[in-house]
Design a protein around this ligand. Structure first.
Ligand code: HEC
Length: 329
């Protein structure tokens, strides 16, 4: 049962990782990885014995990361299983996990899919992963709920319960043994698994923040915005920005030049002294992130030194983005 649960958890974790990966890539710095915040993350599974007694178990030690290329890797320390009964923890290790130290989950992330996720936005994603458990590789699919909590944090949770079968996990014999040892009439042969993963963007910023790799996923929404906005009207709106911004390349004022800012990672203009908040935001400027930022700069990049209260009208925002896009090149 636990085995099943464990497997399910692993699956969920993998799924989470995958999603996270998506988000990470989406976050912007194409070359920045993500690391699991183990303290805030949780992988739990449930079991029902004798048909009526429900219990929750978990793995106390999980770790993981998402590489800059979108490769998700999650490791579950099987020896850290916590069933709240010492002897049961031991039996799990011995009979269900057969003494194996860990299970791993691997997945690849599609950056484009998550690239439009703004801070506070969420999405439900189908994740496919491979769970390596007890010497076998198991294909896993799960629906995960991903939410961008801040510029540098992503939370991935199971979208609903995930049920994992003991048989699929290959731990039927181990569960039989648990039943026998505990003199139980029955242990459920499928287990619900829940997962919460919090990922932090790695400190190291994308080296030189090459804008090119992020352009593809970002371009479509930008083109939409550019097409829907009115360039001439946007030029007028831009007067509000002119005190601090020029649109010509290399012209920094109180604010950085906005030349080719669309599609670029935040904080990437050479020679401009950005706030840590902006430099570490992990944002990529596309129609969505720009719209959110221009509506409420301080809410989107907490601690930004851009002293501007924001544009109230959606039309002004769409128009000024269209104008900025029209000046690109
Ligand atoms: C009072 C000065 C000021 C005004 C007005 C202002 N900005 Fe800014 N802007 C800044 C500063 C300073 C930064 C850098 C902020 C930081 O590092 O936290 C910035 C950053 C930005 C960035 C991020 C650039 C990058 O390279 O990541 C964008 C985009 C931006 N501003 C757009 C606008 C637009 C569009 C307007 C007008 C609607 C505007 N700003 C009005 C000062 C200003």
């Amino acid at each position: 049962m636990l085995d099943k649960m464990i497997r399910g958890a692993a699956i969920a974790a993998v799924a989470a990782m995958m999603m996270t990966g998506h988000m990470a890539m989406a976050d912007g710095h194409a070359a920045t990885g993500w690391t699991l915040d183990a303290g805030s993350s949780k992988l739990a599974f449930g079991s029902v014995k004798k048909e009526t007694i429900g219990e929750v178990h978990s793995f106390e030690t999980i770790s993981g990361s998402v590489s800059a290329q979108g490769a998700v890797a999650l490791e579950i320390d099987l020896t850290s299983v916590q069933t709240n009964i010492d002897i049961r923890n031991e039996r799990f290790g011995e009979f269900v996990f057969n003494g194996a130290p860990k299970a791993t989950l691997k997945a690849d992330v599609n950056m484009a899919e998550m690239s439009a996720l703004a801070i506070g936005a969420s999405d439900v994603i189908d994740v496919e992963a491979v769970l390596s458990f007890l010497g076998a590789d198991l294909d896993v699919e799960a629906e995960m709920f991903a939410m961008r909590i801040s510029g540098t944090q992503v939370m991935i949770t199971t979208n609903d319960m995930i049920f994992v079968g003991v048989e699929d996990l290959g731990i039927t014999a181990g569960v039989d043994k648990l039943m026998e040892l505990a003199k139980l009439s029955g242990i459920t042969r499928t287990t619900p698994v829940t997962l919460r993963l919090i990922f932090n963007m790695d400190e190291k910023k994308a080296e030189a923040a090459p804008a090119a790799p992020v352009l593809a996923p970002v371009l479509a929404p930008v083109q939409v915005a550019a097409a829907s906005g009115d360039v001439d009207a946007g030029k007028k709106v831009f007067k509000k920005c002119k005190a601090c911004h020029r649109i010509k390349a290399g012209k920094n004022g109180a604010g950085p030049t906005l030349h080719n800012v669309i599609g670029a990672p935040a904080g990437a203009v050479d020679g401009f002294n950005y706030s840590e908040a902006m430099a570490g935001s992990g944002l990529v400027w596309d129609a969505e992130t720009l719209s959110a930022f221009l509506a409420k700069p301080k809410a989107v990049v907490k601690g930004t030194t851009m002293i501007f209260k924001g544009l109230k009208k959606d039309a002004d925002i769409a128009n000024v983005i269209a104008y900025i896009a029209s000046e690109a090149g």
